[in-house]
Design a protein around this ligand. Structure first.
Ligand SMILES: [Zn+2]
Length: 317
């Protein structure tokens, strides 16, 4: 009877074993300036990590990919921690907490921004909005004369920029304001990581993955450009960091993803580039049956520990 019971448990856990991949972007001491809702406070992040360390096997993306390839997940519930974009706060605030709890994570970075003197383009738009009294964008004139109006219009303005090609976006941004190095002083909080910070991530036991070069939606640019975005960011990362780059995160993947799986072209490009896995922003858990190039993730908001526990429990259901 006991043997039978054990067998049953094994069978059940084999067929329902799940991996939830958490999707973070930023960790900061103060998130009062968080218009894109991508930041978590340092305090809440530590509370999340403390819960994970006590309650789940937290595995690296390499380990998940290995288990997935074997077709057998080692535990019924496992967690992977991931970060998108490559903000410097990942190094300053997230890394010490991860090291403290001895948890692995993967950082998917957009290589054109690493070690440069430019903000991520959406932060550049944020800066433009905060420094302007009004902006003419397309046929619309946005009144930005108060902080309330700036807040109100920022997301619309950012989504307008999102629909442009990379070249057009760059051209518009340089026409609209003077690019200089001032942001290095007044926008230090929003800066992308430097190369030596990525080196320190690796030394700290973290993984680095690719999030393209310029952060375009791969489904809305030409196939050749998309291939360049993936191959070039992989090449730059591998040569600067001296490690193989095996994992990818689709930037702005709503155009790549239809009904939960990635469109054939971006998926093929990522696979042919030699990646072993790719994550989307589609919500859900992963099993051995999930396409390893269309992995689902769980968006993490600035939840306290109670809300985090509720949400992560729900994500495994
Ligand atoms: Zn991103």
């Amino acid at each position: 009877m006991l043997k039978f019971w054990r067998g049953l448990v094994r069978k059940t856990s084999g067929s329902t074993a799940r991996v939830v991949i958490l999707m973070y972007h930023r960790v900061l001491p103060d998130i009062s300036d968080n218009p894109f809702r991508i930041a978590v406070t340092e305090v809440n992040f530590a509370a999340h990590m403390s819960h994970l360390a006590k309650n789940y096997p937290v595995i690296s993306m390499d380990e998940f990919e290995r288990q997935h390839l074997e077709g057998r997940l080692a535990e019924k519930k496992q967690v992977v921690i991931s970060f998108d974009d490559g903000y410097a706060d990942n190094f300053t605030y997230a890394l010490p907490v991860l090291k403290n709890y001895n948890l692995p994570a993967i950082f998917y970075v957009a290589t054109d921004y690493i070690g440069g003197n430019r903000l991520f383009w959406w932060d550049e738009v944020k800066r433009l909005v905060s420094n302007s009294e009004s902006l003419q964008i397309g046929n619309n004139v946005y009144d930005l004369s108060s902080s309330h109006l700036k807040k109100l219009h920022l997301l619309n303005i950012v989504s307008w920029f999102r629909n442009l090609s990379v070249d057009e976006r760059e051209r518009m941004l340089s026409l609209m304001h003077h690019r200089d190095d001032v942001w290095l002083e007044d926008h230090l909080t929003d800066r992308p990581m430097a190369w030596h910070e990525l080196d320190a991530m690796l030394i700290g036991g973290m993984l680095i993955g690719s999030h393209s070069c310029k952060h375009p939606s791969l489904g809305s640019i030409s196939e050749n450009d998309a291939r360049h975005e993936v191959l070039e960011s992989k090449r730059v990362l591998a040569s600067r960091l001296n490690v193989p780059i095996k994992h990818f995160s689709y930037p702005y993947d709503e155009k790549e993803v239809t009904s939960g799986s990635v469109m054939p072209v971006p998926r093929k490009i990522v696979m042919e580039a030699g990646m072993k896995s790719a994550v989307t922003t589609v919500h859900g858990y992963n099993t051995t049956a999930t396409d390893v190039f269309s992995l689902k993730r769980m968006y993490i908001d600035d939840w306290d520990q109670t809300l985090f526990i509720e949400n992560i429990n729900y994500a495994f259901e």
